[in-house]
Write a protein that binds this ligand. Structure first.
Ligand SMILES: Nc1ncnc2c1ncn2[C@@H]1O[C@H](COP(=O)(O)OP(=O)(O)OP(=O)(O)O)[C@@H](O)[C@H]1O
Ligand SMILES: [Mg+2]
Length: 251
């Protein structure tokens, strides 16, 4: 039987009177890159925020490594996860190295390992030669790469990536993809949120399609096409069939 690292069971979350996640059920297997694909407002960030312990007050259940866990209350399990947030979380006035040191210490990286973790982060972000420049002087892509390296500083078993390539050029994107594939090769597990079909198709072992707060299907791109009744169709057609063509998040 496959080895589940994260299991989410009928999770519901409300932002005020807006039901953002509705009975979402999803299993992420150890060692996979699981894509989370959904239109604007589908509930992707809300779901990841519940998993990462940033939002409490959801209903439903979660298990991490086969053990039930409540992310907002379980710091030990939470430390085994890392979040790369959709909104950049870097200090503009600090250098790349200072950001990595600060967040490494915050994430509980031991003092004796901090230098090595920072060096690994700089390499992951491709920022060795800009390590001592202030982030305020960086391009958007460089900030994104630093944001990714910060989430991964403590080498979490599960890395949650919320749209890590927004505003990133093809060169930076390729660097990010190579970095993520290298992480998987080292046995790490990733959940990758995006609405870019080609990214998800290129990177992910399986894809979960989210729409209007629900996980509507999970599988490989080929399996999703069969599920949608359009075997052989490309992922964009499948996505549009599953999530509709109207604009989202307008209400
Ligand atoms: N802080 C908040 N307060 C109120 N409503 C919110 C809040 N955050 C999100 N929502 C609403 O919850 C729903 C899900 O939003 P969420 O940000 O999780 O979607 P998403 O799939 O991440 O979208 P995007 O692709 O645009 O990032 C949307 O209807 C959104 O308007
Ligand atoms: Mg989002």
């Amino acid at each position: 039987m496959a080895d589940s690292l994260l299991a989410i069971d009928r999770l519901c979350y409300r932002h005020g009177d807006r039901q953002a996640v509705r009975e979402a059920t999803l299993v992420c297997q150890r060692g996979e890159i699981l894509g989370l694909l959904g239109p604007n407002g589908a509930g992707k960030t809300t779901l990841l925020s519940c998993v990462a312990g940033l939002l409490a007050g959801f209903t439903g259940a979660m298990a991490f490594g086969g053990t039930p866990f409540r992310p907002a209350h379980d710091a030990t399990a939470r430390a085994r996860m890392g979040l790369v947030p959709q909104d950049l979380a870097v200090y503009e006035e600090l250098t790349a190295r200072e950001n990595l040191r600060f967040f490494g210490a915050m994430q509980g990286v031991a003092r004796s390992s901090l230098d090595a973790a920072v060096a690994r982060g700089l390499a992951l972000a491709g920022l060795d030669d800009r390590a001592d420049d202030r982030v305020a002087s960086f391009s958007g892509g460089m900030k994104r790469r630093l944001n990714l390296a910060i989430g991964d500083l403590h080498e979490p078993e599960l890395l949650l990536l919320d749209e890590p390539t927004v505003g990133v050029d093809p060169q930076s994107r390729n660097h990010l993809f190579d970095s993520l594939l290298a992480l998987r090769q080292r046995g790490r597990t990733l959940i990758y949120t995006s609405h870019y079909m080609e990214e998800v198709q290129r990177l992910c072992d399986r894809i979960a399609v989210m729409n209007d707060g629900q996980i509507v299907a999970v599988g490989t791109a080929a399996e999703l096409a069969v599920h949608a009744g359009i075997a052989g169709a490309d992922l964009e057609q499948v996505f549009l069939k599953m999530t509709g063509r109207s604009l989202r998040d307008q209400a």
